[in-house]
Write a protein that binds this ligand. Structure first.
Ligand SMILES: [Zn+2]
Length: 539
């Protein structure tokens, strides 16, 4: 007997045999039963998930001598002809090779003729996204007013390339990739029928490499059978398909816990040298990380894992070496790498760079934690400040010529000038309201601070420009008012400023000394937060 590839031999012949596309089967079956059949269908989805198969079944459903029926007999001449691809009224056209406007015009001419023996003329156009723009345009009119009993079924792996004008004239169905479990079940059935002995782990491995495509998985099974004969074990599956085995994955995770970049790269090279597929290795690693995370988040991880392909005890032990969010970051890194590797001619290098990034992941500090810390600091800082004496060192006199005419500094309060404690109070207010602004005050010298005005001198024009915005002037006025009760003018100058003491330098030190063990003041923590997240403090 001639060898027939599994994918063809086990191709479903009726809706009830289709796997994983129940939503489509149901809609189509209802349409048949209610005799509300669209004249144009668009089937989209990744390769090997049953688009063309469904189109052929639909052609039989419509044309079976005992139909239209959702259970075509499979034995009448039309059923047979359609299955064998000989039916003159059911045409399968490859969109990739018949993509010009001339081919489409031929097709349209042909559409006008009545059927020869079948009930419906069915045109199945595969890879329809390959049609040229003008070819699509030529099709439009026919799609709009199709002759009676003509049905178009378009299939595509790239829905995004189909013009909107076509989509709007079709009933569209999206085919889902098949789950590993669905593929495994089908492979098991095939092996049972073909009297092939294969262990569960081997079946699962083949399904995983199939990556959602039943046709691919069946071709892989053929490949493994060709290599191993009728008795297949997981080891031979791994070596035929270039899969990296479980022990290598365990070793990989172990090196990741220890953050050993050099050894990880050596391992990648070793795997590549064995002729294994690095893309598959990347995917297996993603699955392994996912399993580690499942072990961490679930009390009953067994139900979430495929225990045929992993050792739960090893996973549990290794999971302790990772934080949840580290595993998620790593998964994301590998997921991007997997996509990039497919496009790159330097896929090994892309993979290696990704591996190095894995070793650099660190647990995130959660925003909740950070907010908690800020609140905590606020509670701690406030009482400490009010209890602390107001230590203000004298403001040094500037030697600069620009200050010769300046009013006396805070160290020598004159008539009408405030006590230097007011400056400290202003700094405290600023620290509380807008910690980021403290940074500017750190750089200025207070030339005057009295009931009428506050004069600040800055050494660099950049800082001066930043501070002299109307918004900031208003802010300084508010701060002085709230510290002293007076409305003052703000005068800013450029010159050789010797920064005036602030809570940032002195009081902050005192605060730290008082609250031993506390590392940062409130304003520093808020500044840290601003550094990390950007933005301004609203409250
Ligand atoms: Zn039939």
């Amino acid at each position: 007997m001639d060898f027939q590839v599994s994918a063809r031999k086990w191709r479903p012949q009726k809706f009830s045999q289709l796997i994983g596309q129940e939503h489509i089967v149901r809609t189509l079956s209802n349409a048949i039963e209610l005799e509300r059949i669209s004249h144009a269908f668009l089937f989209s989805g990744t390769r090997g998930v049953g688009k063309t198969t469904t189109a052929r079944i639909l052609a039989r459903v419509l044309n079976c001598e005992k139909g239209p029926t959702i259970e075509p007999c499979g034995t009448c001449s039309l059923c047979k002809e359609i299955t064998e691809g000989h039916c003159i009224d059911v045409q399968e056209i490859d969109g990739a090779s018949n993509n010009g406007v001339a081919e489409v015009r031929d097709l349209i001419d042909n559409v006008q003729y009545a059927t020869s023996s079948a009930r419906y003329k069915v045109y199945i156009i595969d890879e329809v996204h390959m049609l040229s723009k003008s070819a699509f345009n030529a099709l439009l009119k026919t799609l709009e007013e199709p002759p009676p009993r003509v049905i178009f079924i378009f299939a595509t792996t790239e829905l995004i390339k189909i013009p909107e004008t076509i989509l709007s004239r079709c009933q569209c169905f999206e085919f889902k990739p098949l789950s590993n479990a669905q593929i495994t079940k089908q492979l098991e059935l095939i092996c049972g029928q073909e009297e092939i002995e294969i262990d569960a782990k081997g079946l699962v491995e083949i399904s995983k490499v199939g990556a959602g495509s039943m046709r691919d998985a069946q071709s892989l099974l053929d490949q493994v059978i060709a290599y191993s004969g009728k008795k297949i074990d997981a080891d031979s599956v791994e070596s035929v398909l270039g899969i990296v085995g479980g022990t290598t994955l365990e070793l990989f995770a172990e090196l990741l816990i220890k953050r050993e970049p050099a050894e990880l790269i050596s391992l990648v090279q070793e795997v590549a040298n064995q002729g294994k597929d690095l893309g598959l290795f990347c995917r297996s690693m993603m699955e392994y990380l996912r399993n580690l995370l499942m072990v961490k988040v679930s009390r009953n991880p067994e139900s979430l894992l495929n225990t045929h392909t992993c050792d739960i005890n090893v996973l549990k032990k290794q999971a302790e070496g990772f934080h949840n969010d580290e595993l998620q970051q790593m998964f994301t890194i590998l997921s991007r790498a997997e996509t990039e590797m497919k496009r790159s001619s330097l896929s090994q290098m892309v993979f290696e760079m990704a591996i190095l990034r894995l070793t650099e992941t660190r647990p995130f500090k959660s925003i909740d934690d950070l907010i908690h810390k800020i609140n905590q600091a606020e509670v701690e800082v406030q009482p400490a400040r009010s209890a602390a004496p107001t230590p203000v060192a004298p403001v040094p006199q500037s030697n600069s010529s620009t200050t010769k005419s300046a009013p006396p500094s805070l160290a020598q309060p004159e008539n009408g000038s405030f006590d230097s404690a007011i400056w400290t109070k202003i700094r405290q207010e600023v620290s509380r309201k807008r910690p980021a602004f403290e940074h500017y005050l750190d750089k200025c010298q207070v030339l005057a601070l009295n009931e009428k005005e506050i004069q600040l001198m800055f050494s660099d024009s950049f800082t001066l420009e930043m501070v002299e915005s109307p918004e900031n002037i208003k802010f300084i006025k508010e701060m002085v008012k709230s510290a002293s009760g007076h409305e003052v003018q703000v005068v800013l100058k450029l010159g050789e400023a010797k920064p005036s003491p602030s809570i940032n330098t002195q009081e902050k030190k005192n605060l730290n000394d008082e609250s031993q063990g506390r590392q940062k003041t409130e304003s520093e923590i808020i500044q840290d937060a601003l550094d990390i997240f950007g933005g301004t403090v609203v409250k």
